[in-house]
Design a protein around this ligand. Structure first.
Ligand SMILES: [Zn+2]
Ligand SMILES: [Zn+2]
Length: 120
């Protein structure tokens, strides 16, 4: 693992877990000023291909990278764009029972209005 890749992994692990490539680049360059944007983007693709991280496509805005590669769902606030993990659910075993085969992955994005954006 290169130093650059280790740095990117550390940034994702120590964040709330769902960063855009640009956020990762800015955090990484703050710690390694010589780092090029293309290096960060290339490493993110490699890490995604290796199954170390996951890439999330959202209803709006740029993709975000997830430190948790195991399949899990997300809550997406349509007002502020905040993204949270859905706590460990029984969805995967239910899907596997329904289709009679192991689930390799899925994308579940639940759109809602988060508590901070809900009117009193
Ligand atoms: Zn919100
Ligand atoms: Zn997640």
């Amino acid at each position: 693992m290169t130093r650059q890749r280790a740095l990117i992994a550390d940034i994702l692990q120590s964040s709330a877990g769902h960063l855009t490539a640009d956020e990762i680049f800015r955090a990484a360059r703050a710690r390694m000023p010589s780092l090029a944007r293309g290096t960060v983007y290339r490493n993110l693709k490699l890490m995604e291909a290796a199954g170390e991280i996951a890439r999330l496509e959202l209803p709006a805005g740029p993709d975000r990278y997830d430190r948790t590669p195991a399949p899990h769902g997300h809550l997406y606030c349509v007002v502020c764009g905040a993204l949270r993990d859905i706590p460990q659910s029984t969805l995967q075993p239910q899907l596997e029972a329904a289709i009679g085969a192991p689930v390799l992955g899925y994308q579940l994005t639940v759109r809602y209005v988060c508590p901070a954006c809900r009117p009193e």
